[in-house]
Ligand binder design. Structure first.
Ligand SMILES: Nc1ncnc2c1ncn2[C@@H]1O[C@H](COP(=O)(O)OP(=O)(O)OP(=O)(O)O)[C@@H](O)[C@H]1O
Length: 275
């Protein structure tokens, strides 16, 4: 699904959805009024955002602006000081431990470094969630893992340990593992970090291919505008714990708003400072 160019992104605070009608009905992930502080540092400030079903939404922002903190709230790894994080209409902090365990199975996560187990082969890394969370036979697991490794182009590296393959291959292995349980919610924490532009492009293409094939609600955080341009249906621009823009990719690219223009162009001069 691509957002239409008639959609206009707006400065956030009030805005909670990137769609025309700003309805959150059916949005699988909804963040309402979230504040998060670490000591004196207020990282998220009344953040309101909902993520569209079956779309790829990219959260852009400079280093240290709270992108990973936002992702950890979605994953239930951090609890808001104020506000709620709802998945499929349910406040995740109202769930029992067993319900959280079940919810986690719906998430696939690709962390910055791939977060692979260093002493396991690529095959075993990808098989791990299936061995932990399903009763599938080894035969079935082998079939599923082999299929995923084929999709990410890693069958030949199946027996290698993560330390013996390149950074780009580790990301692809992490991606295969993130998708192995057929998650409907897929989170990426800076998938492009540490990759050269060509490998970043290849990974972005793979993200688009897998999304097209399997669908799902993808949320990707990055500070790389090129990645956002290539993969996003929607973009959010996070600065000082709030969204200064949230809307369609097209709307961001065409925006006259000085915040948005500075984000897109990466220019030093503009309303976004270093402080
Ligand atoms: N567990 C924590 N305890 C204390 N401070 C934290 C914690 N997690 C994050 N922070 C602080 O919150 C702020 C935002 O961090 P975050 O990792 O979300 O930034 P980011 O936008 O993802 O940056 P980058 O692009 O560099 O990864 C930083 O000042 C960071 O030091």
């Amino acid at each position: 699904m691509r957002a239409s160019s008639t959609e206009s992104g707006r400065r956030a605070g009030t805005l909670v959805s990137a769609s025309d009608d700003e309805s959150q009905n059916g949005d699988p992930i909804v963040i309402r009024g979230v504040h998060k502080r670490f000591g004196d540092v207020e990282v998220l400030r009344d953040l309101n955002v909902s993520f569209k079903n079956n779309a790829i939404t990219t959260i852009l922002g400079p280093s240290g602006t709270g992108k990973s903190v936002l992702l950890k709230h979605i994953l239930g790894l951090l609890e808001p000081d104020i506000g709620t994080v709802e998945v499929s209409g349910v406040d995740i902090w109202s769930l029992t431990e067993d319900e959280v365990y079940e919810l986690r199975k719906r998430f696939g996560v690709l962390f910055q470094d791939g977060a692979l187990f260093g002493s396991m082969s690529v095959f075993d890394n990808v098989a791990h969630p299936l061995r932990m969370h399903t009763e599938y036979s080894e035969e079935k697991i082998t079939e599923l893992v082999w299929e995923r490794l084929g999709e990410v182009g890693l069958q030949e590296a199946a027996d290698k340990e993560p330390g013996a393959i390149s950074g780009g291959m580790r990301k692809r292995a992490g991606f295969a593992r993130a998708l192995i349980m057929n998650p409907d919610l897929v989170m990426f924490d800076e998938p492009d970090s540490g990759l050269d532009p060509v490998r970043t492009s290849l990974l972005n293409r793979l993200i688009l291919q897998m999304h097209k094939q399997y669908g799902g609600t993808y949320v990707l955080v990055t500070h790389d505008i090129e990645t956002a341009r290539k993969v996003s249906d929607y973009v959010g621009m996070l600065w000082k714990g709030q969204l200064v823009y949230y809307g369609s990719l097209q709307g961001a690219l065409e925006s006259e708003d000085p915040f948005v223009r500075q984000f897109i162009s990466g220019e030093e001069d503009g309303p976004l400072g270093m402080d």
